[in-house]
Structure formats: structure tokens, C-alpha cells
Design a binder for this molecule. Sequence first.
Ligand SMILES: C=C(O[C@H]1C=CC=C(C(=O)O)[C@@H]1O)C(=O)O
Ligand SMILES: [Mg+2]
Length: 459
Amino acid sequence: MAILYQHKIREQLHLIEKKEKRPFISWTEEWNNVDPVYFFSLGPICSFRERFFWADRTNETVYVGLGCTYVIETEEKEDRFHTVETKWKQWIGQTAFYSNKTETVPILFGGFSFDPYKPRTEKWRAFPHAKMVVPAVLLTSKGGKATLTVTVRSGQSAETMEKIEMLFHLLHEERAPLHSLPSLMKYEEIQTEQWLNAVKQTIAKIRVGKFDKVVLAREARLSFADWVEASAVLGQLREQQPFSYLFAFEQEGQCFIGASPEQLVKKEGDACYSTCLAGSIRRGKTVQEDEQFGEWLLRDGKNLHEHRFVVQMIKEAMEAVCERVDMPPSPQLLKLPNIQHLYTPVVGEHCRVSSILSLVEKMHPTPALGGTPREAAVKEIRKVEPLDRGWYAAPIGWMDTKGNGEFAVAIRSGLLQGQDVSIFAGCGIVGDSDPISEYEETKVKFTPMLSALGVGQDE
Ligand SMILES: C=C(O[C@H]1C=CC=C(C(=O)O)[C@@H]1O)C(=O)O
Ligand SMILES: [Mg+2]
């Protein structure tokens, strides 16, 4: 099967290259189903130096990208979303699209930094303020049906084909097990004292009316005995966090990865969707305790307050561009394996914007990651938070050639850098926050990444 495909793709690309005058060729074909995490794991073995992974909360849409045929990246601050949009349109205009018996279109995948005005540290050097890529090979799985898209620069298909041939060869062989996780050498929470002080100061400032809400995040660092391979972590996240977005974006051997429950925005034609997620409590140890915690969260003034700011902002942002916006009048509970949240889904109809990036720009950062008022809160985070957030808490996702797409908020995430890993977690500070409870909340939010790394919470 794989051998057949290989010849077919090579032949097709060759024919197209001969007659096509455009700089890029993108060719899509129906394909046999393959485990996406396994597909992702084969990238480096086939000399693809970049890779990404995306699965939405229901696993309905899964994308795996290997290699990089076209990169859009910018260090611009104000204009970054606009620049990506313009370059994407230019690329679409330069590309010849071919497909065989499928409606699937190629996508652009990537993300943004949380705050382009925060000075970048060495840790995030491979992650500019905006970076989105068109992969050389894209595996798309939609509703259980798979397609493969090969995108090449015209005249350069031979180089990509060599790697693809290797990929097909490996897929044809008996499946090798995923990498195992190395053992933990060191676990360290970073600048906890400074973070707690920042929380205390922020609470005081909120109490005198300087802000309504500010989200403050912190970092923990882990060192392992060996290289931490992204596919091993991804495999664990997939098992342990079944109702979250799974994402990974690997560049220069560094991989930003996570399992986020939080949708920033999705656009499908003229409908758009978002979720308000803020307000948290851990899961109970028994069914009864778990229900008690949930009931408490639904009634707790401080958490409802935290949540309300997010609802207000998302509602306003959607109302500005949609004819109709629907949402339930009060939050529901979203129960995840380690934590429960207050949750309000939002649906916008007859959306007037043509590209998801305009919605991303409007909505980032929501008060679940930044605060209220937005500008003042982000400035305060920049000043007092002892952390370079990089891509943590920022938009990550995809868009297609029609301007549709979906972005999650990259929380419950970490950065894999060889044997070292940084993980991040934040929480919404309001006037009646208690620093120790907020500290505990961030600990619970570290759990998904720690478990995926094979680390127990008390290590
Ligand atoms: C900032 C994070 O969570 C946000 C999302 C849900 C609940 C939150 C909270 O209750 O504080 C946070 O706003 C994080 O997980 O790092
Ligand atoms: Mg909270």
C-alpha cells in the first residue's frame, strides 16, 4: 500500500512540477488511517527537523505536520497577526493546489508569544512573537478519515520525497514502540517567594481599585537523566487528558507541548465559538467529595468573580463582530482529570470577519490569562511576574485557506529542551484571593504536565 502511494505521489509531483509555473505545489490524497502520535514520532527518524501536532478536544480534527516548506515568522509586536494573515494570503496566491477525491485543504499551523513587549529570555529563543508553518507533509484526520498533503517548493520535490519514502517505509514496517520517558533527576519550583510577593502586591493593588483581575503565572523546572522525546510526552497526554486540546510545536529540537482545556476561538464559515474558563478547584478523592467541591465552586463568590470578567470580555468581543451571541446565563462545571473549572461556552452567529486571525487578535489575551482591564493587567504582569511566558498562555492553532480554523490557549503546557523541561501554570488574582490558595491552585495546574512526564506531584 505504502509503496504504491510512494510511486503515485512521486509521479504526480513530477508531472505537476513540469507544467506548473507557481513557486509552490500542494497535493492532497486520501490516505489510510495511521496513529497520529506514531506518525509524529517518525519525524526525526526521517530527517524532518520540524514537526507539530494538534488534536481538538473531541479528537474530531487531528493534524500532524512534518518538515517545513514555508515559514511565516515575525518579531513585530502590534502588527504580528496582520503580517501572518498577509503572508498567508500571498502564499496561497503563489501555490498550485491539487487534490484527489478529497475536500481537505492545506493548513497553516503555529502560535504566538503571550506578550511581545516582554523581553525574551534565552529559553524561548526558538519561539518568535509569531510563527506559523506549512509542513512538507501533513496528516489530516477528520471524523476518522485521513488524508495526506505533500507541499513542496516547485523544483525541490526530490529532497522531500526522499524523506517521505523513508516515512512510508517505516509505516509499512512493524510498528516500533514509542520512546520511553527518562527518569527525573531534579525538580525545582522557580522564584516561588518572588511570585508569592507579586501575588500579595497585586491583591493589595486590586483592593485599592488599580485593577479588577490579574493572572499571575510561575514556572517549575525539571531535569531528566536523558533526552525527553516529545512523542513520549504526547502519548501520555493523550491517555491522561482525553478532553483537552493536544498540541506540540517543535523547532530546532525544542518542543512546546501541552494539553489545554481552553478554546480561544474557532471559526467555521460565519459561525464562531469560544469558551470562558476561569475559576478552579481540585477533583475530590471520593465521588462525594468531588461533588461537594463542584457545588462549592459553582457558588463561591471569589471564583464566580474571576469567571465573570472572562464572560464579559468574550461576550463583548463576539458581539462586536457577530449578529447574535448565545451563552448560558450561568457557568457550568468542566471536570478534567485533575481539576474542575467554571465553564461558559459561547456561540456567535453571522460573524462578519473573514479570518480567524482577526478573532484571535481581538480575543487574546482574555481575562483568563491576562486580566481586567486588559492593557493595565498585561503591563502589570510584564512588570511583576518573575517569568518569561514565551508561548505559554498564548494562542496556538491552525487556519485554512478559507480563513477558518481553531486556536486554543496554550496552558497546561511545558517546553522540552533536551534533558530539561520547564512547565508553567497561572491563576486569576482578584481582590479576595488568598496567596497560599492561589499557590496551591497553580500546583494542581502543574499536574497534567507532571503526570505526562511520569513525575508524581510530591517529587
Ligand atoms: C492560567 C491558567 O488557567 C486559567 C484557566 C482556567 C482557570 C484559571 C483560574 O481559575 O485561575 C486560569 O484563569 C493555567 O492553567 O495556567
Ligand atoms: Mg483561579
